[in-house]
Design a protein around this ligand. Sequence first.
Ligand code: SF4
Ligand code: MG
Length: 336
Amino acid sequence: TQKLLRVNELKQHFPIKGGMLGRTVNHVKAVDGVSFDIHEGETVSIVGESGCGKSTTGRAILRLDEPTSGEIEFQGQDLLSISKSDMRKMRKDLQIIFQDPYASINPRQTVRQILNEAMEIQNAVPKKDREKRIKELMDTVGLGPHQIDRYPHEFSGGQRQRIGIARALSVDPKLIVCDEAVSALDVSIQAQVINLLKKLQRELKLTYLFISHDLGVVRHISDRVIVMYLGRIVEIGDKKSVFDQSQHPYTKALLSAIPVPDPENKANRIILKGDVPSPIDPPEGCRFHTRCPFATDKCRTETPELRTTDYLKEGHMAACHYMEEIEQGKREPAYT
Ligand code: SF4
Ligand code: MG
């Protein structure tokens, strides 16, 4: 399969202003050197706690916020070098769905107007064909064409997310960034929307960047998984490989937090202590060392790079000095 998106050394540092002159006194290093690829037709998820930089990464890819540095290539085209107006045209190919569709749609517009406007802005569908297209879209997302003259508040949360999906689809995109797209929904509704997204992916050959804090959801939808911590990728790989053979202690901790049917697995549990440190002055060395039960002096000074190791599936990488020894049970977690 073709490479659709390439992100290289992406950084997003937000300035913090201070003092009487309002100078930049420091930076929030929200994303601090992130690289990954997405192939056509794939679902790649980014998981991590709030503040890890996952949403910031998604927004930077669409240039909703201008990234500080790095490269973003979409179908071989460098997105950071094109003008803002050309970037707006690119939004036809690159769409985003947010957690709360209500916040991103105009409550005074009917569904017909919402979808019509989306197509008009992107010049996506000729005017004479839009009515037909709107009805098709309503069918596609399972709402039914008879609902096109209703207002957003007349729909449930799950239905509103379907409107958000219809709006994204209306311009016939290639990549959709789903930023916590099902996080606000009840579990049963979540499953329905995820199944819809999967069905649409198959039928329309869509590619997803799926951003979520919820590993249960990520497990259902992903082909590959990226785990972020404090602005960096700590683990990346095939979904099954990352879930079944997690290497980074942070990934293990996230997995420990979801209920497991198999109590035998308790031996591998890692319980996180403390809070995520500030992204203004992230810890030296391994950023996870302040919370890692395996941390040594080396971890406090030397930054571990993302790397693979002999027993891992191709493309599975983690950033931990000791992943082999932890895997082999040669290191005991220390809890204080
Ligand atoms: Fe823990 Fe050290 Fe590995 Fe970082 S490098 S995850 S602190 S053992
Ligand atoms: Mg977020």
